[in-house]
Design a protein around this ligand. Structure first.
Ligand SMILES: [Zn+2]
Ligand SMILES: [Zn+2]
Length: 363
């Protein structure tokens, strides 16, 4: 068991000493001024209604190359309590913390406040003591979370079990919570579902964009990881990789969401993230110069050419596949020392309908 854990953390197979390449790790570059933290801040274990022990969540996250997770077991929903008594609600955090020892993974203490709509379900992360959140009045629970300095976000506001039409909608109670500063983020993506209405709410009320797995069984099964799939993550653009810096970044809405080969976030983060993923090398001169573009990220970027020049080997819309190099030929019509290229990124969104734009100067 120990050997198994060690091999996951180091990527070294203990028997052969061969370095095993971790091809499933989720990869995005840092951006100027910030580190890009890949985070899944909503998941369950047998300490509420999940199917695994907390150490499995840690091992999955290490395999996925995540920087931070929060195990957010339900406070009010404890279907296994007769089999697994659970008097201390900080245990999933403590067990995960122990399991993550020796790895680079940050474990953020968290829990899911689990109520009928309104207000529905909310995650409180960076909490100090989950036990103190066991109270009847949800307003008092959220006030206690605030006293503990937690970051609170509204989970799956579009969940059809609580909102049959799947349309995220703020109620009077949510407006009260917002006025009192009792939540600051919203999931626009949960499990396998996207809510464009949640994105609209986030933009209207300055809420932090969140996207999380809410996994109950195994990440590999739900997201078909062996077939090349990936879990949804919240990308947090933090000054440094610490819990405090991460929380500050979330409070400042410095996040984007990555799911199903789609990025959602503000232009100020998506543009440098995508530009930083792509490395351009000029390999030809003349009137149709050739470029090699290497995509260092996990996203297959679907680009629309909006440059002043047409492309010689692609229609205006083409794809730069993840971790591959693509040759792009540009009709500059005359031999140029340097020229600019501009693209619209069609699998990324800066609001419900608008795509970010990126720009490169080719020397
Ligand atoms: Zn929930
Ligand atoms: Zn949940």
């Amino acid at each position: 068991m120990l050997l198994f854990a060690a091999s996951i953390f180091t990527g070294i197979n203990a028997q052969t000493e061969a370095v095993v390449e971790n091809t499933r790790a989720i990869e995005f570059p840092d951006i100027p001024g910030y580190v890009t933290l890949k985070c899944d801040l909503h998941m369950h274990t047998v300490l509420s209604d999940g199917n695994v022990w907390p150490n499995i969540r840690v091992q999955e996250a290490v395999k996925d190359g995540l920087d931070a997770i929060s195990i957010t077991d339900h406070i009010e929903y404890q279907p296994y309590k007769n089999d697994i008594p659970h008097p201390d609600r900080n245990r999933s955090y403590e067990l995960a913390l122990k399991a993550a020892k020796g790895s680079e993974l940050l474990i953020i203490p968290g829990t899911e406040i689990t109520r009928s709509m309104p207000p529905g379900h909310l995650n409180a992360i960076f909490v100090k003591d989950v036990n103190k959140l066991q109270q009847d009045d949800v307003m008092e629970v959220l006030r206690e979370a605030k006293r503990q300095g937690a970051f609170v976000f509204w989970n799956h506001p579009h969940w059809t079990a609580q909102k049959p039409d799947g349309v995220a909608t703020l109620t009077d109670m949510h407006m009260e919570l917002l006025e009192e500063g009792l939540f600051a983020g919203i999931e626009i993506y949960n499990d396998n579902t996207y809510s464009v209405e949640a994105l609209e709410i986030a933009q209207k009320y300055d809420l932090t964009l969140m996207g999380n797995s809410d996994v109950h069984s195994l990440v590999d099964w739900v997201y078909k990881v062996p077939e090349g799939g990936h879990r949804p993550v919240t990308l947090v653009f933090a000054k440094e990789k610490t819990a405090a810096s991460m929380q500050k970044a979330m409070e400042n809405r410095q996040t984007a969401v990555w799911f199903k080969n789609t990025l959602v976030g503000e232009q100020r983060f998506l543009a440098p993230l995508i530009e930083g993923s792509l490395e351009l090398t000029r390999i030809g001169q003349g009137q149709v110069p050739k470029l090699l573009i290497h995509n260092h990220s996990d996203a297959d970027y679907v680009l629309e050419n909006i440059s002043d020049y047409k492309l010689h080997n692609f229609a205006p819309v083409f794809t730069l596949k993840a971790h591959e190099s693509t040759t792009v030929m540009v009709k500059t019509l005359e031999t140029l020392e340097s020229f600019d290229l501009k693209f619209r990124v069609l699998n990324a969104f800066i609001n419900p309908e608008k795509h970010p734009e990126i720009k490169f100067t080719v020397e």
